[in-house]
Design a protein. Structure first.
Length: 146
């Protein structure tokens, strides 16, 4: 049901997951004696595990849109999706870690706007959970009146 606000929030989560696949998350620049040797943009597709987790988060949000009749299952999928999004954020930050490289190579990492997408996904997913709970409370109170 598209008229429910949580459906729109879940659609935003799906759209942000899809946008992560098309935008570079960060750019690594390798410098050697004050000269930039290479600047490589890091895409989600370059890491298999990260791309799988991001795809699972988008797919889970998309599936939970159509579970509006079963609010308990929809809530469960949204909570599971929060774990997927947190895992994706952790994997993105772990991929940008340069502490394991030797000290002779100077690598700088500059993050793009796309690194904020998982944080926005967390906010939208939390808002969807909140409104699903409001719907559930409304239905339960209406059943008590019968």
């Amino acid at each position: 049901m598209i008229q429910r606000i949580q459906t729109l929030f879940l659609l935003f989560v799906v759209a942000l997951a899809a946008a992560l696949f098309s935008l570079p998350v960060f750019v690594t620049s390798t410098t050697s004696t004050a000269k930039v040797v290479s600047a490589v943009p890091h895409m989600i597709q370059s890491d298999l595990l990260t791309s799988i987790v991001v795809a699972l988060s988008g797919l889970t949000a998309f599936i939970s849109i159509f579970l509006y009749r079963n609010r308990q299952r929809q809530t469960l999928l949204c909570r599971l999706n929060l774990l997927f999004i947190l895992a994706a954020l952790g994997l993105i930050l772990q991929a940008s870690d340069t502490s394991s490289l030797p000290r002779s190579v100077q690598v700088s990492v500059s993050y793009s706007l796309a690194v904020c997408f998982p944080v926005a996904q967390i906010v939208f997913n939390w808002l969807a959970l909140r409104f699903i709970k409001k719907d559930d409370d409304l239905v339960r109170s209406a059943e008590r009146l019968r």
